[in-house]
Ligand binder design. Structure first.
Ligand code: HEM
Length: 289
């Protein structure tokens, strides 16, 4: 899996940028949207997207979505610009969240199996994925550094490889069956498993099956008359345990990396899908006017 580049500075002060100016603007937008919706008395008493308030909220929502989507282009543009990326992202996050209220009131809670609700559903998924992305960028980089004790990813792999050699060398003074079990416990680098993504599936330092089998065998040998005694067994058990701890750290690191990639794989393509669905929604509205 390709390494995720370290997140740029822009994620640190997203929520507090300019003392939360964009949070306040978003709150204002939410308040105005709610007021408009609440105070409006539509003809026939039925609120919908086709009243003047519905059109106004819809136009604001459309403009916001196009502008939010533009961020994908803006963040790939280099050179001096009027607004820093940091500022863009702060506004992106707050106004993206406010959009839920504005767009929901535009729909007037009228949902069905049609392209209009499809556009709305896509918008909600994009916003939810954005919220997860924000959480991931604020939490995971620090958690990854802590998990690796500040060492780079490469060092974690190197530590496991070194422990593999140590275990196999120590195993040479044992019988064939024990050596084979130790070999099995150390012959592959841990690959990513999808079940590690679940937070319920603890990526904990509990021993994985091959290491557990090797250690059980070593424990069984202690006290037996043949060569193995406590002095021989303990260093090998210790090395296998250290490897298990390093493997657990590696799996946790892989989990963070994959989660950070998954959210982007959802957020960006669904934005494109949303823009297409939104275009069809607008065309359909004007076609059937
Ligand atoms: C309909 C609403 C939204 C649209 C259309 C949208 C669209 C986008 C696009 C196109 C990007 C650039 C992705 C890339 O280039 O890889 C982006 C990035 C991002 N968005 Fe959204 N977004 C929306 C809502 C949100 C919300 C509500 C949040 C947070 C609560 C959010 C958080 C983020 C974050 C953290 C990034 C990543 C910035 C980075 O990679 O540096 N988005 N969004």
């Amino acid at each position: 899996m390709a390494a995720v580049p370290p997140p740029p500075e822009i994620h640190r002060s997203v929520l507090t940028y300019r003392r939360g100016l964009y949070g306040k603007i978003a709150l204002l937008l939410v308040a105005v949207s709610i007021l408009l919706y609440a105070l409006h008395a539509p003809a026939g008493g039925i609120a919908n997207g086709g009243t003047w308030v519905g059109y106004l909220l819809g136009t604001i929502g459309l403009a916001l979505i196009v502008w939010l989507g533009w961020f994908g282009i803006r963040r790939r543009q280099y050179g001096p610009k009027m607004f820093l990326l940091e500022e863009w992202l702060s506004a992106h996050v707050y106004l993206g969240l406010a959009l839920v209220v504005t767009a929901t009131l535009h729909t007037a809670f009228r949902f069905g199996w049609n392209v209009h609700t499809l556009a709305y559903g896509l918008m909600v998924v994009v916003i939810l994925s954005g919220a997860f992305g924000l959480y991931a960028f604020r939490r995971y980089p620090a958690a990854m550094t802590k998990n690796r004790n500040g060492t780079p990813y490469k060092s974690l792999i190197e530590a496991i490889v070194a422990l593999d050699f140590e275990c196999r060398e120590l195993a040479m003074s044992f019988d064939d069956e024990t050596a084979a079990l130790v070999y099995q416990a150390t012959c592959t680098l841990p690959a990513f498993r999808f079940r590690d993504l679940s937070s319920r599936e603890r990526v904990s330092p509990t021993l994985e099956a091959p290491a557990r089998a090797a250690i059980a065998r070593l424990r069984a040998l202690v006290g037996k008359t043949y060569s193995a005694d406590q002095a021989n067994v303990m260093p090998l058990v210790q090395a296998l345990t250290n490897r298990a701890l390093a493997v657990a750290r590696l799996r946790r690191d892989q989990r963070y990396r994959v989660l950070m990639q998954i959210w982007r794989v959802i957020h960006l393509p669904l934005t494109v899908g949303l823009l297409v669905a939104l275009g069809i929604h607008v065309l359909a509205v004007f076609y059937f006017w």
